[in-house]
Structures are given as C-alpha cells and as structure tokens.
Ligand binder design. Structure first.
Ligand code: BEZ
Length: 211
C-alpha cells in the first residue's frame, strides 16, 4: 500500500547504525525525514548521504530528525560510512536503517518493481510531530535529490502549520506568502491586522507573518 499525505507514518522497530530504534519513539516530538537510497557503495548515494551529513545542522535548527535506509545491512552501512566521510568531507552523523529483509521498505512501498525488483527507489517522507506524513517524493536511481528543496518544503510546512497561509511557487523563508483560500477577508482582518495586498480576490499577498 502506498503511504500517502495525511496517513500516519507506519511505525516499526529496526536495527540502525546507531542501535535498534522504534521509529515513533525515536521521533518523539520532532519532525522527521525518512529517506531511502538504492544501494550502499554506489556513487550518487555516496554524494547524497555526504550532503545530508553536511547540512544536518540545518535540520537540527528546524527540530527535524533525519534517518536513511537501504536494503543493505547495518554492517554494510557502517563500512560504507568510512568512504562517505573520506570522500564527502563530513562523517555520516545520522542513523541509517539496515533493512536486508525489506520490512521497512515494504511498509513504505519503497520498492517499485518496474524500476527494480530488489533495490529501493529514492523515496523521501517528511513526517510531522503528529506522526502524519506531510510530504512524499520519489526519485529514480539515476537522479540525486536536492536536499535544499527538502529544507525549503519543511520551512513551508512549519510556517503553514502555525499560520493560515500558503507559500507560492519557489517561495523561500522570508519571502511574501499568500492568505489561505478558506480564510474570508473578515477573518483575515483578525489574523493579519498588518494588512495585505489583494492582487485578485483569490490572491491575497502579505509579508511572512513570523518575520
Ligand atoms: C547510485 O547511487 O549511483 C546508483 C545506485 C543504484 C543504481 C544506480 C545508481
């Protein structure tokens, strides 16, 4: 079964490079990013994990825990981490789930048989503190992901969780935002006393309210 937006993120207990974890307990009150890569000791994956390690302080700042997965063993991950640290400049500083029997991969529908019968695709799940799935992404093995984009989406998710706004195309933290469609002008006056610009009745723009 695919995991869809708004679903409760499936819970599991699994071995990782930082010891066994129960996923929901490990998340606690944090946001989470669970991402899979196809295979250990492969080039694109090496760059992806190195980059995530480098920008981990950005995830920490946003109260987001990051965890990786492939259908390789923890022992294999640990060996590969040496190469990642050596070649990418930052040691891997987040847990990686060993899933050789595909328990977690199957739970999250990370194996797409028309892409590969055996390898996980490049899936990303962003999970909120309520354990609900807020974002899903699926990339092919040949395309490394843009983890800056994942941080950008998390900024939008965290903003829109607290304010009745939406974020426009290519929005970045600090840019103007849009008043949510379900908010009447009357309610908007209470919510946004600083005012807004009406471009069209359905397109009302204002500065990011928490800046
Ligand atoms: C890679 O990470 O480079 C890769 C992994 C599996 C298939 C193709 C590329």
């Amino acid at each position: 079964m695919p995991v869809r937006l708004g679903d409760t993120a499936p819970d599991f207990t699994a071995p990782t490079t930082q010891g066994e974890i129960n996923f929901h307990e490990w998340l606690g009150d944090s946001w989470g990013v669970l991402f899979s890569h196809p295979k250990d000791f492969t080039p694109v994956c090496t760059t992806e994990l190195g980059y995530v390690a480098k920008i981990k302080p950005e995830f920490d700042k946003r109260n987001v825990k990051v965890i990786g997965l492939s259908v390789d063993s923890v022992e294999s991950h640990v060996q590969w981490e040496g190469d990642i640290g050596e070649t990418q400049g930052t040691p891997v500083n987040f847990p990686m789930i060993g899933d050789p029997d595909r328990t977690v991969a199957d739970l999250y529908d990370m194996i797409h048989p028309n892409a590969s019968d055996t390898l996980t695709v490049r899936s990303v799940f962003v999970i909120g503190p309520d354990k609900k799935v807020k974002l899903t992404l699926t990339y092919p093995a040949s395309t490394g992901r843009n983890f800056d984009e994942i941080l950008r989406v998390i900024d939008s998710l965290q903003l829109t969780a607290n304010y009745k706004v939406a974020t426009p195309a290519n929005w970045k933290d600090g840019d103007d935002v849009i008043i949510g469609g379900a908010v009447s002008d009357e309610d908007a006056k209470q919510l946004f006393p600083q005012g807004w610009t009406t471009v069209k009745p359905y397109l009302r723009v204002l500065p990011q309210p928490n800046k």
